[in-house]
Design a binder for this molecule. Structure first.
Ligand code: GLN
Length: 544
């Protein structure tokens, strides 16, 4: 029988509910429990796949092809276990299911209502993962308590709290304790209000986690406990951390996991086994060198648009014991004239994924520079496609080579719409999504990086390398070193006469975790390290 933990948020958004949920899950996992985390989002989109990054940040993709909230990325990076379609549910999906059932006639003439039909569907989905052998299912509720759109979700939690045995269900409420510098005081009133709001909606929190810039005194904790109806030891301080990866250890120090275990009456749990996690943090906190990696994209002003890429660099930096400093370069404003100046301090270049034509010429300029100057290059999805276009234009001499995504009339459609995409009319959930196998060419750079010839990686795209041009590319020195074994779709391209030049059609960043950093990021950072060393004249540029 699984036990259920719900994580709600109060006062403001962006408090880091996902990180708190993932940290608690990590601690419970480290004590030998089987844990999963799911996210319920109160918006009406069926999934975030149709939302642009300005609205929603990165769209995270699971092995089974779900387009999900970026918090699922944190869950996977912390727990090192995959999530699935079932781990992210939106209001849109709930209503879609209920309305489809109504159209099927399943409600037998009844009036279909928010309570009980919508809340029943929410509850069904909240309990679903509990049937898959987990000891604990943590559910993060998106949004902030008091939002109109999150009401049915809070109501579902209320019903579950009422229906389940007390020791099977627990609510953690994350809130903010602001520090007013003029008064030199931490203020608890917003927390009191948010807990009152939650109580008015019928949900009683068991644990209050307080985000704060300053430590909470015992007296303040007692005050929060008194007003919020919890025991003082259930008021947990969550001080701002230097990195999100410190948060599990901070929560361990605060005893969050022990309070949860006691309250859920889970006995016989092991001592926390966090040696790998601590070893990672040691390397992360004490880097020996520093590198500058250029991130070339059009959403660089948005923290969350390239979340998984940034986190994968943190993992890979730790493995290489170096601090990876990401230099954001806006692709829209990158030109032949300013590229040398902008790239002069870089040790490597990552051209980011993306959609549409804005900024693609800048990305192509970036690839050209990396290819010609032997700067380590890593292209992901659209970044890989840009490397193919650049090679077509500047090496094969096909001046107008392009992707038909940006130019349908190009005489050289070196990147073309996938066959199965041609009949697609609807935009939602119709890309080539999720994990597909890839066969790697023995002896290639990809083969060295992965140490194997069989891999599986996650995808999210509609266009692909146009195999009609494959022979020309191979003859001119761009190698398709990874292919889908069924369709022959090119998954990896590389330039053997360059120290490190690799483009991948898939998204390796989605599979990098603290305990399993992605080999492509690890090798790319290593190549960048060699590049700086060679600049200093310490070693020759290493050729693969
Ligand atoms: N727009 C490109 C495609 O759909 C690349 C997608 C991406 O970078 N995720 O093929």
């Amino acid at each position: 029988m699984a036990k259920y933990i719900f994580v709600t948020g109060g006062v403001t958004s962006s408090l880091g509910k996902g990180i708190i949920a993932a940290s608690l899950a990590k601690l419970l996992q480290s004590r030998g429990l089987k844990v999963t985390i799911q996210k319920f989002d109160p918006y009406i989109n069926v999934d975030p796949g149709t939302l642009n990054p300005y609205e929603h940040g990165e769209c995270y993709v699971t092995d089974d092809g779900a387009e999900t909230d970026l918090d699922l990325g944190h869950y996977e990076r912390f727990l090192n276990t995959p999530t699935s379609q079932a781990n992210n549910v939106t209001t849109g999906r709930i209503y879609q299911t209920v309305i489809n059932k109504e159209r099927e006639g399943e409600y037998l003439g009844k009036t279909v209502q928010v309570i009980p039909h919508i809340t029943d569907e929410i509850k069904r989905r909240m309990l679903l993962l509990g049937e898959q052998g987990y000891d604990i299912v943590i559910t993060e509720l998106g949004g902030t308590v008091g939002d109109i759109e999150s009401l049915p979700f809070v109501e579902a939690v209320r019903q579950l709290q009422w229906e389940m045995p007390e020791e099977d269900c627990l609510v953690v409420h994350l809130t903010l304790i602001p520090y007013l510098s003029a008064a030199k005081e931490l203020k608890t009133k917003p927390t009191q209000h948010s807990v009152r709001m939650l109580s008015q909606e019928g949900v009683r929190p068991d644990i209050i986690v307080c985000r704060t810039e300053k430590p909470l005194s015992e007296e303040l904790k007692r005050k929060i406990a008194l007003f919020c109806n919890v025991k003082p030891n259930a008021v947990i301080e969550a001080m701002d951390a230097g990195t999100i990866y410190e948060v599990p250890l901070k929560m361990l120090q605060e005893g969050l996991d022990v309070i949860v275990l006691k309250r859920l009456q889970i006995n016989g749990y092991a001592a926390p086994e966090l040696s790998k996690w601590r070893a990672f943090l040691d390397k992360l906190n004490y880097p020996k060198t520093k590198l500058n990696i250029g991130l070339i994209g059009k959403y660089i002003e948005l923290q969350d648009a390239y979340k998984s890429i940034l986190e994968a660099f943190i993992h890979a930096g730790a493995v290489n014991q170096c601090k990876v400093n990401i230099v954001n370069v806006h692709s829209e404003f990158l030109t032949e004239e300013n590229v040398a100046e902008k790239f002069k301090d870089l040790d490597g270049l990552l051209v980011a994924p993306g959609f549409g034509s804005r900024g693609v010429e800048g990305k192509i300029t970036a690839v050209k520079y990396a290819r010609e100057h032997h700067l380590p290059f890593f292209g992901i999805c659209l970044g890989m496609q840009m490397s193919v276009i650049e090679f077509g234009r500047n090496v094969l001499g096909w001046k107008d080579a392009h992707s038909t995504e940006m130019n349908t009339a190009t005489p050289y459609p070196v990147i073309a719409l996938m066959e199965e995409q041609k009949k697609v009319k609807k935009k939602g959930g119709t890309m080539r999504l999720g994990a597909y196998p890839c066969e790697i060419m023995p002896g290639s750079l990809a083969n060295k990086v992965y140490g194997t010839t069989q891999i599986s990686e996650r995808h999210r795209h509609r266009w692909e390398f146009n195999n009609n041009y494959l022979k020309d590319y191979e003859a001119a020195g761009m190698i398709p070193s990874g292919k889908n074994p069924q369709s022959g779709l090119v998954e990896i391209v590389e330039l053997p006469n360059h120290p490190f030049f690799i483009g991948v059609q898939y998204h390796p960043e989605l599979k990098s975790t603290v305990e399993n950093p992605h080999p492509l990021f690890v090798s790319f950072v290593q190549a960048a390290k060699w590049f700086t060393e060679s600049k200093k004249g310490n070693v020759a540029v290493v050729s693969n």
